[in-house]
Structures are given as structure tokens and as C-alpha cells.
Design a protein. Structure first.
Length: 213
């Protein structure tokens, strides 16, 4: 893709996905409120709150040239498909089912992990894959445990969300999202490999799940 065309699209993609996702969530809240009661409404509202919490990062101007043109669109579309399928699809559980508490708590834990990771990185965090001026390896806090805790939290939250609205389409959407995130992590690590201290840091920690990957 031509660089002059690619960069505006990279800036537009997460913003367009944000707007579409928020629209689906609002529609889903209205739909489930009329049809299924409070539980799915609360979960959709929590996801909408998560989007709004990250809105300042989503709309932040990129401080460096992104290198994630190929991975950004599949990532955004997979997450959008997950949100749309949960918002517009049927609620799979009976009213007041105790099983919904498990994915709900896992969702909150995933968002909390992600927000902790974002705050730990500070200005070095971006929704784009990039190296910034003065980039350094952050090894404190949750970064002592895994190399990509923000992705780990995002995957946990979306897995819980997919489980809460369990259906073939939500499961397929999460599988696509996980594949897109794995691809983005590999692209990001290639960009970070020349940062002083990153190779030894990476050698001692899993990417998102200790002892697994």
C-alpha cells in the first residue's frame, strides 16, 4: 500500500472500529433490555465503558510512524465482529444464571490487568505498533510476569465476553481475534528487538501466558 494512503488509514481504522463498536453496544443494550433483562445489559455496558476508558489512547495522535498496517485491520474487524455478535445475538443463559458470574469476573480482571499495563507503560503505550523517541524496556509491575500484559488482559476480557454471550459466532470471532493478536505481537516484537535490553528481557518471560506462550 502507498505510504501516503496507508498512514491516514492506520489512523482512521481504530477510530472507525471504536465508533462502530460503540454503536453496536448501544444497540445491543437497547435490544437485550427489551428482551433478556439486566445481566446482558450490564455486561454490554461494561464493555462500552471499557471502550470509553481507552478512548483517549484510541484518538491520540501517533508519535511515530506505525508499522502495523497488515495486522491492524484483521485485529479491528475481529474485535468488531465479536462485539456485534454479542450485541445483536441471543443471550444463551437463563435469567439469573449463576454461571454468568464467572465470565463477568474474568472480564473485570482482564480489563484491570490491561489498564494496569497501560499505566505502567505510560507514554510508551499506543494502540499502534511503533518505536518512539527514547523508547526503553519497561520491566516493572506486571511486565515482570509477561512481556505483553496489555494484550493478555485484552484477550482475557474478550474471552470472558465471548463466554458470557456464548454462541458459535462469538467463539469464531474470538478465535480470529486471538490469531490477529498473536500476529500483532510478532510484528511488535520485531520492532522492539533492537531496543537495548529487550532480547534478554524477552528471553526470560512468556509473551502473554506463563509456561505456555
Amino acid at each position: 500500500m502507498n505510504d501516503r494512503l496507508r498512514d491516514p488509514l492506520l489512523l482512521l481504522a481504530p477510530r472507525a472500529a471504536f465508533a462502530a463498536g460503540a454503536g453496536f453496544l448501544v444497540a445491543g443494550i437497547a435490544l437485550h433490555a427489551a428482551r433478556d433483562g439486566a445481566e446482558p445489559v450490564v455486561m454490554l455496558a461494561l464493555y462500552l465503558g471499557w471502550l470509553l476508558l481507552e478512548a483517549p489512547v484510541t484518538f491520540r495522535r501517533a508519535a511515530a510512524s506505525p508499522s502495523d498496517a497488515r495486522t491492524l485491520l484483521p485485529y479491528a474487524l475481529a474485535r468488531l465482529l465479536l462485539v456485534a455478535s454479542a450485541s445483536l445475538g441471543p443471550f444463551p443463559w437463563p435469567a439469573s444464571s449463576p454461571w454468568t458470574a464467572i465470565p463477568a469476573l474474568a472480564f473485570v480482571a482482564g480489563v484491570a490487568l490491561r489498564q494496569t499495563a497501560i499505566r505502567t507503560l505510560g507514554r510508551f503505550y499506543s494502540h499502534h505498533v511503533m518505536r518512539q523517541d527514547g523508547h526503553r524496556v519497561v520491566t516493572g509491575g506486571v511486565y515482570r510476569v509477561v512481556r505483553h500484559p496489555a494484550y493478555a488482559g485484552m484477550l482475557l476480557a474478550n474471552l470472558a465476553f465471548a463466554g458470557f454471550f456464548l454462541a458459535p459466532l462469538t467463539a469464531a470471532a474470538f478465535a480470529l481475534l486471538a490469531a490477529a493478536v498473536a500476529w500483532r505481537i510478532r510484528v511488535e516484537e520485531r520492532a522492539l528487538w533492537d531496543v537495548p535490553g529487550y532480547p534478554p528481557y524477552a528471553a526470560g518471560r512468556a509473551r502473554v501466558l506463563p509456561k505456555v506462550w
